[in-house]
Write a protein that binds this ligand. Structure first.
Ligand code: ADP
Length: 457
C-alpha cells in the first residue's frame, strides 16, 4: 500500500469531515465551545497538511534540478560531477546509482584516453608511414612519417580524398583493387624529383566499424635496401666479368696445348696460364679480404703500431719490383714518430696497397717518397705516400675507392691489378676510424695521405 498517497487523500477528507462536524455541532444548542475547538483543530490539521505538501514539493523540485544539473555536466564531459541528495528516498537511491554509472564511465574514458595517447605516441615515433582510409577513401588517420615519406605539403589532410593527398595512379589502383578483393598489395613508389628514393607501400583492406571496406597504407623507405641490392648485382656481374677473362685465356691455351705444340711454345703457354691463374688467385684473395672486412662486426685489434718499421718492411719487400721498373724509393719517415693504434696486419695491407700502386702507376725513372704529414702537436699521425707517376684525372678521384673502379682498365689489368686494392684500404681506414686523402695531377703524380689515431694507454 502506498501510505504517502493514502495520506494525501485521507487527510483532506478527515479535515473536511471535521469541518462538517464542527458546523453541525455549532448548529446545536449548548455545544458552542466544543464546536469552536473542533473548527480550530480542523484548521490546524488542514494548515499542517498544506505546509507538509509544500515542503515535499520543494524538496522534490530541488532534487530534480540537482539531478538535471549533474546530467548536464556529464554531458559536457565533466565526469567528476556527483549528485548528493539530503533525503534517503527513491530519488536518493537513483542519485547513488547515477553516481556509480558516472564513476564507471570516468574510468572507462580515462582508459580510452590512455589507449589513444599510447597509439598516438606509437604512430608518431614510427619510421613507417601509416594512412587509414575510410570506405569513401578519405583520410581518417595519418602519421608524421607518412607526411614526410609521401612529401605531403598540406598541414592537415584529414577528410581529404586519397587522390588529393597522393597523386599516384598505381597507389590509387592498388587501393581500389584491395578494397574489392581483400587481398593485400604492394606498390613501389618514387617521388618525381628523387628517382633514387624508393618507397614501398603495402595496402591492406580494413573493415569499417559502421560497415563498408576502407584501407590501411603502410609506407617504408626501402631506398638503402634497393641500393644494396643493386650494388650486389653489380658486384656479382663485375666478379663474373673479372673471372671470365682469365678463364677464357686459360681455356684457349689448354685447347692449343692439347694439339701437338713444340716445347718452346708449350713452355710459353704454360707460363701465360700460370700468370692468369695467379691473377685469379689475387682476385680471390682480395675478394676474401673485402668480405672479411665487411663482416668485421667487432672493433679492430688496437695495439701500438710502429709505422716506420712497418713501412720499411714493405719498402724492402717491393724493392726488387721498383728496381725492375727503374724507380727510386725515398723513405723519409723519422724512426721515432708516435705509435698509432691499430691492427698491424691490416695497416700493413694499407701501406702495401698504396706503395705498390705508386710502383704500378709511375713510369721508369720516377720517385716514390714516404714522409710524415702531421706536425708534432697533431692529435692524429699522418703518413704520405707520394709518387711522380701518371696521376689521376680529377673527375675519377671520387670514384677510385669503389670496387673494381679503374681509371684505365687495360693498364690496371696489364699490371695485374684487381681493382679492389683501394676499396680494401678504405674499409681498413673506416675500421680504424681514420681517414685517407688524395691529391693528384695528371702527368705530375699522386699523393695518398693516411691519418691514424695516436696510441694512448
Ligand atoms: P688496381 O688494382 O687497379 O690498382 P686499386 O683499387 O688499387 O685497383 O686502384 C683503383 C684505380 O685507381 C687504379 O686502377 C688506378 O686507375 C687508380 N690509382 C690508384 N693509385 C694510383 C696512383 N698512385 N697513381 C695513379 N692512379 C692510381
Amino acid at each position: 500500500m502506498n501510505w504517502a498517497l493514502a495520506r494525501h487523500y485521507v487527510t483532506p477528507l478527515l479535515a473536511a469531515l471535521a469541518l462538517t462536524a464542527a458546523a453541525w455541532l455549532a448548529s446545536l444548542p449548548h455545544a458552542r465551545l466544543e464546536s469552536v475547538i473542533l473548527i480550530v483543530l480542523a484548521w490546524v490539521w488542514t494548515m499542517r497538511l498544506v505546509l507538509h505538501l509544500k515542503t515535499q514539493d520543494t524538496f522534490l523540485s530541488e532534487s530534480i534540478v540537482q539531478l538535471e544539473n549533474t546530467v548536464d555536466r556529464w554531458a559536457s564531459g565533466d565526469l567528476e560531477a556527483r549528485v548528493y541528495l539530503d533525503q534517503a528516498d527513491a530519488l536518493d537511491r537513483l542519485a547513488h546509482g547515477m553516481n556509480r554509472v558516472a564513476e564507471a564511465l570516468k574510468e572507462r574514458t580515462e582508459d580510452l584516453e590512455q589507449d589513444k595517447e599510447r597509439l598516438e605516441a606509437i604512430l608518431t615515433s614510427m619510421a613507417n608511414g601509416i594512412i587509414i582510409l575510410s570506405h569513401g577513401l578519405t583520410v581518417t588517420l595519418i602519421n608524421q612519417a607518412a607526411y614526410q615519406l609521401f612529401g605531403i605539403e598540406s598541414k592537415d589532410v584529414l577528410g581529404s580524398h586519397l587522390l588529393e593527398v597522393i597523386r599516384d595512379v598505381a597507389i590509387d589502383d592498388a587501393v581500389h583493387q584491395v578494397t574489392t578483393s581483400g587481398i593485400t598489395e604492394t606498390v613501389l613508389w618514387s617521388p618525381h624529383d628523387a628517382e633514387d628514393e624508393v618507397i614501398e607501400v603495402t595496402v591492406a583492406a580494413l573493415n569499417q566499424p559502421l560497415g563498408g571496406v576502407g584501407a590501411v597504407l603502410v609506407a617504408r623507405n626501402v631506398s638503402a635496401q634497393k641500393q644494396v641490392e643493386r650494388m650486389r648485382q653489380d658486384f656479382v656481374a663485375n666478379v663474373s666479368h673479372e673471372l671470365q677473362t682469365p678463364l677464357t685465356i686459360i681455356r684457349g691455351f689448354t685447347e692449343t696445348l692439347q694439339d701437338d705444340t713444340d716445347p718452346d711454345t708449350a713452355r710459353r703457354f704454360i707460363q701465360l696460364i700460370h700468370e692468369e691463374a695467379t691473377r685469379m688467385s689475387h682476385l680471390v684473395d682480395d675478394l676474401l679480404a673485402l668480405s672479411r672486412m665487411e663482416h668485421h662486426s667487432l672493433p679492430v685489434n688496437r695495439i701500438p703500431v710502429d709505422v716506420p718499421v712497418l713501412v720499411e718492411s714493405i719498402v724492402v719487400k717491393l724493392g726488387p719490383r721498383a728496381e725492375a721498373s727503374e724507380l727510386i724509393f725515398d723513405n723519409q719517415l723519422p724512426s721515432h714518430i708516435p705509435m698509432v693504434a691499430g691492427d698491424p696486419d691490416l695497416l700493413a695491407e694499407v701501406f702495401l696497397n698504396l706503395i705498390s700502386n705508386a710502383v704500378q702507376y709511375t713510369p721508369a725513372g720516377g720517385l716514390i717518397t714516404i714522409k710524415l704529414a702531421s706536425l708534432p702537436g697533431d692529435s692524429m699521425v699522418g703518413i704520405a705516400v707520394k709518387d711522380t707517376g701518371i696521376g689521376i684525372p680529377s673527375q675519377d678521384i671520387s670514384r677510385i675507392f669503389e670496387r673494381f673502379y679503374r681509371v684505365d682498365r687495360a693498364r690496371s689489368r696489364a699490371s695485374g691489378g684487381t681493382g679492389l686494392g683501394l676499396a680494401i684500404v678504405k674499409h681498413i681506414m673506416e675500421l680504424h676510424q681514420g681517414r685517407i686523402e688524395v691529391s693528384s695531377q695528371v702527368g705530375q703524380g699522386t699523393t695518398f695521405t693516411v691519418w691514424l689515431h695516436r696510441f694512448s694507454e
